[in-house]
Ligand binder design. Structure first.
Ligand code: SAM
Length: 292
């Protein structure tokens, strides 16, 4: 905080600038990531660089991205002696659906330096971009081994949610179809400066490459769940009919539901991930060109 005052830096809410001031919790994040000398870490939001330094002590390389020029300068001072840290001063995202290509290129270079390196996201994420960061990293060219991130508790609840709960939705299905998810710690606002308005959570998401590889068309699955979960409490039949009206007749939808042994009054929020995956395959077989 002292250094902030000296440099005349005011934390900006629009960039989700809430800094983790509890050093024990920084350790919890690092331990949850179980870093090894094979790991390349992506950190979105360098901030002061305090977490970056801890990551650099355990990983092969850290690529850290910061949008705020003042913070970039502040962190550059702290990280000057860490040769394995690459600092990028830019928006980590190109848009809400993709990472900035330069971030991906830099990660690609660090990963390629030594065979067998793995990518891990470890970050105290800016809350306004937490969903696209976690979601997009699962569809980019460098698939992470795992992601450990501080996010809003409400988002953490959605990531680990099970069917028939208020938090279960497209994001739960998209992440759980390819990864194990867990809330490591719930944190009150007081562990940050300035304190955010909501509680936070450290989540761990560990990708299962075999589970992922078993999904024939990930992009189709992602689009399909995003569409049918827009009205997740409605009847599944109505959601599919509305989403695919140019591609599937009502009779075809009824045939698909019958083949799945799903009652006509099933609701989208009741479907677990294996059922969603089987349903997607039947829909894809009837409407392969939908949304592609
Ligand atoms: N890592 C620090 C810590 O643990 O305290 C800072 C975390 S703070 C919650 C989030 C940081 O992300 C801020 O420094 C903010 O300026 C930065 N940030 C916000 N939006 C960003 C974006 N689109 N790309 C890169 N950095 C961003």
């Amino acid at each position: 905080m002292q250094r902030f005052r000296e440099m005349g830096i005011q934390p900006a809410t629009r960039h989700g600038q809430n800094f983790l001031i509890d050093l024990n919790l920084q350790q919890v994040i690092v331990e949850a990531a179980a870093l090894t000398a094979d790991d390349v870490v992506l950190e979105v939001g360098t901030g002061t660089g305090a977490l970056t330094a801890l990551l650099a002590q355990q990983a092969a390389a850290v690529v850290t991205v910061e949008i705020d020029g003042h913070l970039f300068e502040l962190a550059s001072e702290l990280l000057i002696d860490y040769n394995n840290v690459t600092m990028l001063k830019q928006d980590a995202l190109k848009n809400k659906n993709s990472f900035h290509p330069y971030v991906m290129q830099t990660l690609g270079e660090r990963l390629a330096e030594v065979p067998g390196r793995r990518l891990k996201l470890v970050a105290n994420l800016p809350y306004n971009i937490a969903t696209p960061v976690l979601s997009n990293l699962l569809s980019c060219e460098h698939l992470p081994h795992s992601m450990v991130a501080t996010i809003q508790k409400e988002l953490g609840d959605r990531i680990v949610a099970q069917p028939n709960s208020k938090d279960y939705g497209a994001l739960s299905a998209w992440i759980q179809c390819q990864a194990d998810t867990e809330i490591v710690r719930i944190m009150p606002p007081s562990v940050f400066w300035p304190p955010p308005k909501v509680h936070s959570a450290i989540v761990r998401i560990v990708v299962d490459p075999l589970r992922r590889a078993a999904i024939p068309d990930l992009r189709f699955f992602h689009q399909f769940v995003k569409t049918i979960f827009i009205h997740r409490r409605k009847f599944l039949r109505a959601n599919i009919v509305a989403a695919l009206k140019q591609h599937l007749s009502k009779q075809e939808v009824d045939d698909i539901l019958a083949a799945m042994e799903l009652a006509p009054n099933s609701r989208t929020e009741q479907l677990d991930v294996p059922t969603l995956l089987r349903l997607t395959e039947l829909v894809r077989a009837h409407a392969p060109d939908w949304k592609l």
